[in-house]
Design a protein around this ligand. Structure first.
Ligand code: FAD
Length: 319
């Protein structure tokens, strides 16, 4: 079922969460370990992230360096199929521009359709570690909006190869999610510019937005207000991540370009041990979630980052 149908049929605020495929060499049981405890709360859908290739350099016997391509977290599509099979819950694979050309994207979408997957979260992807800015693959997409257009084309029966075009086709019918940034995407020169391009994705056919994580609800409310005044009327699902270690006070802002309110920073800094930090993170996320739920948001989306315990506590307190 489509995310938007879940939203339209819901009588109360829903919740969803995002999981990462396990590191190569690890077992799918790691995923079930994350998900099993959360099934008690019957989430309507679960997102599975996509992780593109990375390059490593290996020294050869002659001293020269050889570049090798590795995928550290493969298995997004397989995990989606496993989730739907084991729990009967909709899985939402993330699909990115990076590392894909149009043909590969079309093939991936055909696979998803054959598996009965109704939703995709469309993203550009970040630059790979060895590159300073994002480069698309030859004949690939430079921005997420182009990928949204490709999915919408397939929804209309338009394949890359025009000979295959199906008239009045209802073969594909993907519901399309996209990313939004309450604190602005790090490359955008300003919020106005970022909103302008967000609107382009919506106009291209996106059905809902999931936000980057934020720790101050005011940022989300202000973002929603600006989106609405730009004519963006689709659901804007807030993304919440509980702080779980002192290290994250620096790692989350540097990785995701966001701010952490001083009140939370002080509380975490003063915590005497890890357990207390974990508890502070849960309490903060519960307060955020309560306010969001009471404001009428359709869904709250939790970033698990492989840690189900804190998400369990938050969801138990809210749903
Ligand atoms: P875009 O919408 O393409 O925007 C990228 C930048 O370009 C923005 O600054 C925008 O303002 C600007 N822009 C857009 N269109 C144009 C244009 N036509 N001309 C000029 N500028 C333009 N990454 C992964 O690799 N895998 C994942 O699974 C993943 N999941 C995510 C889930 C969520 C909810 C979020 C918020 C992010 C996720 N990301 C993931 C990270 C995401 O790929 C990065 O944030 C990436 O840098 C931007 O992706 P986007 O889809 O927002 O890009």
């Amino acid at each position: 079922m489509k995310v938007t149908d879940h939203i339209n049929l819901a009588k109360k605020s829903l919740f969803s969460f995002e999981i990462l495929p396990p590191l190569r060499g690890h077992d799918i049981k790691d995923i079930f370990y994350t998900l099993d405890p959360l099934m008690e709360f019957k989430p309507p859908f679960i997102d599975v992230t996509y992780h593109r290739e990375e390059f490593i350099y290996v020294e050869k016997d002659n001293g020269l360096l050889q570049r090798r391509t590795i995928f550290k977290r493969p298995g997004t599509v397989g995990i989606c199929a496993a989730i739907m099979n084991k729990y009967g819950i909709d899985a939402v694979p993330h699909l990115i521009c990076g590392g894909f050309n149009r043909q590969m994207t079309e093939n991936a979408l055909i696979d998803l359709n054959f598996l009965g997957i109704d939703n995709v979260l469309i993203l550009r992807g970040d630059p790979i570690q060895s590159e300073k800015s994002f480069f698309s693959k030859k004949n690939g997409h430079k921005y997420a909006v182009e990928l949204v257009e490709q999915v919408q084309n397939l929804n209309k029966g338009k394949y890359i190869d025009k000979i295959l075009e199906k008239k009045n086709s209802d073969f594909f019918d993907f519901c399309i999610g996209i990313a939004g940034y309450p604190e602005k995407h790090f490359e955008a020169p300003n919020m106005e510019s970022d909103l302008f391009f967000l609107k382009k994705k919506v106009d291209a056919g996106a059905n809902y937005i999931v936000t980057q994580m934020f720790f101050d609800n005011k940022k989300y409310f202000s973002f929603v207000k600006k989106c609405r005044s730009e004519g963006i009327s689709i659901p804007i699902i807030p993304g919440i991540k509980p702080i779980s270690s002192k290290k994250q006070l620096n790692s989350l802002p540097s990785r995701f370009y966001l701010n952490i309110p001083n009140e939370l920073v002080k509380e975490v800094e003063q915590a005497k041990n890890k357990k207390i930090v974990f508890k502070i993170g849960i309490e903060w996320a519960i307060q955020q979630s309560k306010e969001l739920r009471d404001s009428g948001v359709e869904v709250i989306h939790y970033y698990t980052m492989d840690k189900p315990e804190n998400i369990y506590e938050i969801v138990k307190a809210i749903y």
